[in-house]
Design a protein around this ligand. Sequence first.
Ligand code: B4P
Length: 191
Amino acid sequence: MLNLVLFGPPGAGKGTQSQKLIDQYQLIHLSTGDLLRGEITQGTELGIEAKKLMDQGFLVPDEVVIGMISNKLDANKDARGFIFDGFPRTVAQAEALDNLLASKGESISSMIALEVDDDELEHRLLLRGKESGRPDDANPEVIRKRIHEYNNKTAPVAQFYKVQNKFKSINGIGSIDEIFHSICAIVDLCK
Ligand code: B4P
């Protein structure tokens, strides 16, 4: 099974590249951001609580996102593999993912980190905020809070995969196709 973690700060292009990767490798896309926005749209209790945090740029509690991923893994037992997009975002989430996969005799194949500087991230997210009206993209203060959360809580996840020799870093600035080709070059070595 091919199990990829797509990693990087908010706006690095994880969602954008995931869409192309699922077509290329026939993987199941698991985006915790999309799953949470789905809960918000449905107006579930989980969604109402998550929205309060997401709109301020905070992460949602670990147990909530780990539970969502666990359910999705169980629901896709015949998958050829998964792209984890925006998950794990804390070391506790990374440990939980390893345990969930190990219980199925699986593991992460590679973690691919998209490197993009803060000015470019802010520019991309504000642009998307204008086009999509996504509340967490509309306000520069919230965007900076998200980048701060990333530096504090998410960046240490890279070390977790470096220790396992699964960490690969690529330049996330350039055309979407150029970046896609760099990712595919790494993924093709994992197959
Ligand atoms: P996510 O939905 O994961 O969103 P993201 O990190 O903001 O975006 P991504 O990196 O996918 O950017 P994209 O490709 O869309 O998270 C949202 C929130 O949900 C979090 O802040 C948190 O509150 C919560 N959450 C999610 N997962 C969680 C977890 N595991 N634990 C706790 N909380 C969690 O690209 C952004 C923009 O850039 C797009 O407009 C795109 O068109 C553009 N773009 C992409 N590539 C480009 C390129 N090469 N050049 C120019 N523009 C580009």
